[in-house]
Write a protein that binds this ligand. Sequence first.
Ligand code: CP
Ligand code: NVA
Length: 307
Amino acid sequence: MTRDVLRLSDLDAFEVTAVLDLAEADGLDPVLAGRGVSLLFEHPSARTRNATELAVVQLGGHPVTIRGEEVGLDRRETVEDVARTLGCFHRAICARVARHTTLERMATALDRAGMDVPVINLLSDLEHPTQALADLLTIRQCFGGLAGRRLAYIGDGNNVARSLLDACALAGVQVSVASPPGYRLSEEDVVRARELGGTVELVDSPEEAAEGADVLYTDVWTSMGEEGEAAQRRLDFAGYTIDDALLERAGPDAILLHCLPAHRGEEVSESAFEGVRSRVWQQAENRMHAMRGLLALVLGDGSREQG
Ligand code: CP
Ligand code: NVA
């Protein structure tokens, strides 16, 4: 069966651990030898594009990156026809899309065409699963393990938060999420994470979430596609900045993570971002290692023979 990874919860706890182990393993099989991987971007990217292109090369493959406007999803051609066209050439399709349903349509079209070509989500409005895998890898490296650690997510209950919630649930990391009214993760998100085994709480106060935490995590207040709301969001998120005072409330060995890009003075202060607790560059590099681990899992043993 084709292993699409559209949501973090498309992986189980065993597979998440396997991805992290593969990310740190030497001498992986070149599962992409002689094969292409399509990278399709409807939104800008610095980390994800570089991480994914290099991960593909490290597994012996050839990445072909295209921008959404080049193919004109649902304008020049339907999403389904683009997906099946890419499926003619590539072993996998990795895509960053404005609407999560685009990924679902791609996966369905490939499946109906009998094309065993996995679709991997490189960020949608719903989730950012490959980011969450790199986040877990970073926490594991910093603390020597995951189970029992406590993470406080301060900010928008967005795509990054949603995937992180599920990743932490599967890894045994407890999560407190502090978001202003109107920007919280949903009850459905909490129920799903708890069903995955997670210990999750949504709170109002950043201070309450941060108290004694091992990891303070934040993301931009305005995600790609929401730029028209930026001014209002700056008002609504006032008080939800991770700064040195908030870091002081966290545990003595607490680290700061941020998926990046960072907006200093908004979700994170300059001092906290550049400070000794920040592990954001280790986290950024881990995007590549986690991506290599994920591709090795999805395309490795147990997946189809190359056709
Ligand atoms: N964190 C992340 O996904 O960065 P890019 O948007 O630069 O890929
Ligand atoms: N939530 C952000 C993440 C960027 C990597 C966005 O969707 O723009």
